[in-house]
Ligand binder design. Structure first.
Ligand SMILES: Nc1ncnc2c1ncn2[C@@H]1O[C@H](COP(=O)(O)OP(=O)(O)O)[C@@H](O)[C@H]1O
Ligand SMILES: [Mg+2]
Length: 424
């Protein structure tokens, strides 16, 4: 409540930052007339903002003097007004409308770009105006952190809060934090204790995990066989095929210069010979043709077409299907039980190359494939074939017995298995 130009609260998930800011602003707004702007880097719709949290807190606190509109919140007694804006897509003119703001609340401030910050800070120019900032530091040099948190002056209040400081922290969050601490200490430091990630950690998959997975330790598995197929897009790309049974990924092949019929013939041979439960086929580009041929041959029950740019199944964790498959593959590699992958330099190179990021909803997102291609000098075909085996969970529903035109009898079982979301 004390006056400060900048109030920066940072720390990990569950520290109570958002709730406390919401409550304080609502209480302040009942005693004097304030113009409050709730901003973030990207706000595609008002549901991305703290609007809902403010509404919940109004109702919880029974502040009947607040009136809620579809795009703003107003206090009918004092005239206080809350508005909600994304900074990235505003031109300088629109940001000017923030000049009369008394308090600007920047939520998830680690995602604020330098450009947005450099426009916003001088725009909040009214005498006595304040900027309230809540964030979980992402990198050593997040623009706002560099500008305010790294060397705070006496106009700046910097407070670190974590879940353990929050007297209201739900048991569920504490349990999740404890689990994370046990399973991945690096993640725990960042997500829960608010430490920035170190730069080298931009890679999704750690080379340590890949190395450990390459050590031979299994020679069989009773889990269902799943095959991933990444189909060449350009002349020098390879069509890569990967075989995985549960924690044992035992075979990887790459073929150059095949046409669709040749790829379909190879896969037909594999279906008859190895009897996979599922084949996941990349159907962006050339793959769609292979998919059609295999369907026409009656293998529609076994093959699934996967679109890398499509929606994830776990939509609130992953920005798209590609991020989901890579993310699930990473979880698989990191699990405590032993896993095995072929000792293949290209595969390990592909797996360790991809850098990660997060979208404005905090979902895992990968760097563009073009970047990866430029960095490693080839398309990560083997890596894509491997992660395709994680496209959907596959269950052991008994040995499939018959394949081919009109003879497949296992679809109902597959459907049954699809209902659950475990089993990757
Ligand atoms: N004043 C409060 N009253 C009740 N519960 C609270 C309060 N502040 C925080 N909490 C609880 O703590 C959780 C985490 O708070 P939140 O503000 O979302 O943390 P942060 O923004 O730091 O991640 C909330 O989901 C809520 O359950
Ligand atoms: Mg929050």
């Amino acid at each position: 409540m004390e006056k400060k130009r900048y109030k920066l609260f940072y720390g990990g998930r569950g520290g109570g930052k958002s709730f406390a800011f919401a409550d304080c602003l609502l209480v302040k707004g009942r005693t004097e007339k304030l113009f409050i702007a709730c901003v973030r880097e990207i706000q595609e719709s008002i549901t991305d903002s703290v609007y809902k949290l403010l509404c919940d807190r109004i109702s919880y606190n029974q502040f009947e003097d607040y009136k809620i509109y579809s795009d703003r919140i107003e206090n009918i007694a004092t005239g206080t007004k809350f508005i909600f804006k994304g900074l990235r897509d505003q031109d300088a003119q629109k940001i000017k409308s923030l000049e009369g703001v008394d308090i600007a609340w920047i939520e998830e401030a680690q995602t604020i770009s330098r450009k947005s910050w450099e426009i916003l800070d001088p725009t909040i120019r009214k005498d006595g105006s304040e900027i309230w900032i809540s964030m979980n530091r992402e990198e050593e040099n997040d623009p706002i952190w560099k500008s305010l948190g790294a060397a705070p002056d006496d106009r700046t209040l910097v407070v670190k809060v974590n879940y353990c400081d929050n007297p209201f922290c739900p048991e569920e969050l504490k349990t999740q934090a404890a689990k994370c601490k046990e399973q991945n200490y690096d993640d725990y430091l960042h997500v829960w204790l608010g430490e920035p990630r170190v730069q080298g950690e931009r890679k999704l998959i750690s080379s340590k995990d890949v190395k450990a997975a390459m050590v031979p330790k299994m020679d069989n598995s009773s889990s269902p066989l799943v095959i991933g197929v990444d189909i060449a897009r350009y002349g020098k790309d390879k069509t890569a095929i990967c075989w995985r049974k549960g924690r044992w990924c035992y075979k990887l092949e790459a073929h150059s210069f095949l046409d669709n019929v040749q790829v379909a013939n190879i896969l037909t041979g594999i279906i008859k010979e190895d009897r996979p439960h599922r084949i996941f086929l990349d159907v962006g580009g050339q793959g769609a043709g292979v998919y059609d041929i295999l369907r026409d041959r009656g293998f529609g029950e076994i093959i699934r077409g996967i679109n890398f740019g499509g929606k994830a199944m776990l939509e609130d964790r992953y920005a798209n299907k590609r991020a989901e498959m890579w993310g699930e593959a990473n979880e698989w590699l990191r699990q405590e039980l032993p896993v095995q992958i072929p000792d293949d330099d290209e595969l390990s190179g592909d797996l360790c190359a991809v850098e990660k990021g997060y979208d404005h909803r905090g979902r895992l997102k990968l760097e563009e494939k073009e970047n990866v291609r430029e960095r490693i000098g080839r398309s990560p075909d083997k890596g894509d074939a491997f992660v395709l085996t994680f496209a959907e969970p596959v269950f052991d529903v008994g040995k499939p017995s018959m394949y081919g035109n009109g003879q497949v009898t296992i679809e109902s079982l597959f459907n049954q298995s699809n209902r659950s979301d475990i089993g990757w």
